[in-house]
Design a binder for this molecule. Sequence first.
Ligand SMILES: [Zn+2]
Ligand SMILES: [Zn+2]
Length: 150
Amino acid sequence: MKSVEVLTEQFRARGLKVTPQRQSIFRALSSSTVHPTAESVYAAVSVEMPTISLRTVYQTRNDLAAMGELSALDLGTGSTRFDPNLEPHHHLVCDDCGSIADLQAEFPGVAVPPGGEAEGFEVTATEIVFRGRCARCAGARPSPARPSHD
Ligand SMILES: [Zn+2]
Ligand SMILES: [Zn+2]
């Protein structure tokens, strides 16, 4: 996702309104690595912008997605999540708390086998979702085998 300044220019060039509210949404999204929901962006931005509405968050987010600055993810956590990281990457999804982290890694062996169901299918991207428990959730579980630490 581009900087707040560049996004402001792009929005104006398209005849879209840019308000201080929208700019704080740009900031909240562009600096985020947690794949926030619209509700969590709203909660974060409304601290400094109490007049903002959830509707503005949705609209801004949809405009950014339409411009290709964000991707929308549904990774089975119960709500659509937003990802400003436009580089190809994979995800680590915590089944306990629903946190989503980026994973930059290469999996050169991953490919659809020729023929069969994949016959004629043209692969343009491969995204791998790892499900499990994040370090925080895994650490919160009593594990007598591991020494405890603070
Ligand atoms: Zn977790
Ligand atoms: Zn991501």
